[in-house]
Design a protein around this ligand. Structure first.
Ligand SMILES: [Zn+2]
Length: 366
């Protein structure tokens, strides 16, 4: 596939992306099932059952709504480049728009401001108010409860709060405070909710159905925004037994990390962790593909933090004018929906290399 063909798989609005998914699967392989969530937003599921029930490949996108545009584009690449060559014995499930409302509205969270990747709790009694003691300490920075009225003043306040928190908590704890997940502020960041969200319940049922039907499963979940800029990292669960070093060798892929405190960040309600905990005896490999955009050095991290805080503030409390709203949206899209030439050139070879490495290692392809 050349780069322009690859690019043609990416859409910039929800309806187009979903239509492209339905057509790409539907034309050749059979109908896509649309599972309603809210309004006209649906989780779209394509399934090609394997002729035997040994191997299953499950690819999901849009768990973080806005990240679904990249995810859906990568699934288009998979449909064109991999699906026709995968043996008919292998079962394939593809998910478009797990958080379809968020995708449609260019938000990461869903219709209840819940981050679905903090909502896959095995046990909701662990979703306690004190689950993340750092969050409330940093709430002034994370969720200013006022409209975004003056860009210059907001920047000064953001820098002031960040510097003061850096001195009090250190970078590691600020990152932890934000990304660990929290269950107290429903207008806050990385809010995990208090029960299974509609999409979570649907996905849990699908995992139950398909994972029990097949002997061996690979699940890959598409994300953007974290890790080194322009690198696609394979992020493994902290429950995965193989080390990142072993996996780099096995997959012949350089960027492999584990989502534990040492290598990436540890989180509550993570979907991949949920799968390892729910199917402990399953022959399974589940991981996320994370395409880094603004980078994970200190400046990249601060820009990331600012984009997330401003977007949430603007969503809940509004902006002074349309121009501010637009510039906040643009910064957020740069973080999660990077669709420039540098992005396409970087991600295409990395996606193919990671897919090849994983599918070869688990003998899905030769
Ligand atoms: Zn994500």
């Amino acid at each position: 596939m050349d780069l322009s063909n690859f690019k043609s798989g990416f859409a910039s609005d929800y309806e187009t992306s979903r239509t492209m998914f339905r057509e790409a699967c539907g034309k050749q392989y059979g109908k896509v099932k649309a599972l309603p969530i809210i309004d006209d937003c649906t989780i779209d599921l394509f399934c090609r059952e394997g002729t035997d029930k040994k191997k299953l490949l499950f690819i999901t996108s849009g768990q973080h709504g806005i990240e679904g545009y990249v995810g859906a584009g990568l699934i288009q690449c998979f449909i064109k480049e991999y699906l026709p060559n995968l043996d008919a014995s292998i079962g394939i499930v593809l998910i478009h728009g797990m958080n379809s409302w968020g995708m449609k509205h260019y938000r990461k969270t869903n219709e209840h401001n819940v981050d679905l990747n903090r909502n896959f709790m095995v046990d909701f009694t662990k979703a306690a108010a004190d689950a993340n003691p750092f969050y409330l300490k940093a709430a002034k920075l994370f969720q200013p409860a006022r409209g975004y009225r003056h860009a210059f003043l907001e920047t000064i306040r953001f820098v002031g709060s960040t510097v003061s928190l850096l001195m009090k908590m250190g970078m590691g704890n600020i990152e932890k405070a934000m990304t660990l997940g929290q269950f107290v502020c429903d207008k806050g960041l990385y809010y995990g909710g208090h029960e299974d969200e509609p999409a979570t319940a649907i996905m849990k049922a699908l995992y139950q159905e398909y994972f029990t039907k097949y002997e061996e499963v690979i699940l890959l979940d598409m994300h953007t925004g974290y890790g080194p800029a322009n690198h696609m990292s394979i992020v493994n669960s902290r429950f995965e037994k193989q080390s990142s070093k072993e996996m780099k060798e096995n997959f012949q892929y350089p960027d492999v990390v584990k989502s534990d405190a040492q290598e990436f960040y540890e989180i509550y309600g993570d979907e991949i962790d949920y799968l390892y905990q729910t199917f402990p005896d399953k022959k399974m490999y589940a991981a996320t593909f994370e395409f880094g955009t603004l980078g994970n050095d200190i400046m990249g991290y601060i820009r990331t933090l600012k984009a997330i805080v401003n977007e949430n503030q603007a969503y809940f409390y509004g902006t002074g004018n349309e121009r501010q709203k637009q510039s906040i949206k643009e910064a957020y899209q740069k973080l999660y929906q990077p669709m420039d030439d540098a992005f396409y050139q970087a991600i295409y070879p990395q996606f193919v290399k990671a897919m090849d490495g994983i599918l070869k290692y688990y003998q899905y392809i030769k």
